[in-house]
Design a protein around this ligand. Structure first.
Ligand SMILES: O=C(O)CCC(=O)C(=O)O
Length: 287
């Protein structure tokens, strides 16, 4: 057996690899410069309810910069009921602007994700979303529902909806169904929407939830549009929703932080998932 083998002959992961991963996990909060107890309390809330609202994670200046830079790309209304016929979305955001990058690799978010997923988890989606006045409620869904695996189960992904405007019960605040992350397979038509809770929060806050939680964008009954960004992540062995190695050019990826490069796919889950020519794809950005 080679020295780099990942598992023992009985199929268990080699002790030194487990030890290295555990040490990295234990140091995660410190590595990201966040309070470990805060991370634990957020995770406890997510475990209990499937989601947690994290107040005021980003500054008004960052919100203004995102709106200024992303605004010109918000030009098309949705093509499907799911996208929302009165909702505008930007995909391939990083190719268009780097303004949302501080959301993608926000230290507190990375500390949470470190605890939920295997190392080298990935960015699955980054969108800017503008829900226009008169938009109806989005169809109910849970974000990892497109992976054909029976529930109840561990989440394969997690997401944040970042409020770039105050989220109110009237202007389309994300509706979440508390504790629905624990449900088995349920047809969406059987879900009692009246039990859903709007993620009311001031601009700059975010609602963090696991991919098994049922939710949707609420109807916008106000006079003004509701801006949000969403960052969504998945296990390193699951396929990303947006194919970032094709959507984001290598030149653009080079302008991102190492964390974002890894999240885009310039990373590999040792020993075999995500390699290029038998080696870690990170080198494609360095050579
Ligand atoms: O905009 C929102 O509040 C939720 C959007 C969402 O869940 C989605 O588009 O998948």
């Amino acid at each position: 057996m080679s020295r780099r083998a990942y598992t023992n002959e009985d199929g268990t992961v080699r002790a030194e690899i487990v030890a290295e991963q555990e040490a990295r996990l234990a140091a995660s909060a410190q590595t990201h410069g966040v309070d470990a107890e805060h991370v634990e309390s957020l995770l406890a809330a997510v475990e209990e309810d499937g989601y947690v609202i994290i107040p005021k994670l980003i500054s008004d200046e960052l919100i203004e910069a995102i709106k200024r830079e992303a605004g010109p790309f918000l030009s098309f209304e949705g093509r499907t009921e799911f996208e929302g016929y009165k909702t505008r979305r930007i995909y391939s955001v990083i190719e268009k602007t780097l303004a949302c990058n501080p959301l993608v690799d926000h230290p507190l978010v990375l500390a949470l994700l470190d605890r939920l997923f295997m190392p080298n988890y990935l960015l699955s989606q980054l969108q800017v979303i503008e829900v226009m006045p008169g938009e109806v409620r989005q169809p109910l869904h849970h974000d990892d529902g497109f992976y054909p695996l029976a529930r109840p189960r561990k989440p394969i992904g997690a997401a944040l909806i970042w409020a770039l405007d105050d989220f109110t019960a009237d202007n389309g605040a994300t509706l979440v169904y508390p504790k629905s992350h624990r449900w088995g397979d349920v047809p969406s038509g059987e879900i009692d929407v009246s039990q859903m809770v709007p993620a009311v929060m001031p601009a700059g806050s975010a609602v963090f939830f696991v991919g098994t939680l049922w939710h949707c964008a609420g109807p916008n009954r106000s006079e003004r549009s509701r801006w949000a960004a969403t960052t969504q992540y998945c296990e390193p062995w699951a396929r990303q929703q947006e194919n970032y190695c094709l959507a984001i050019s290598r030149e653009r990826a080079k302008q991102c932080s190492e964390e974002i490069q890894s999240l885009l796919g310039y990373s590999m889950q040792f020993p075999f998932i995500g390699f290029v020519d038998g080696r870690d794809p990170k080198r494609l950005l360095r050579d």
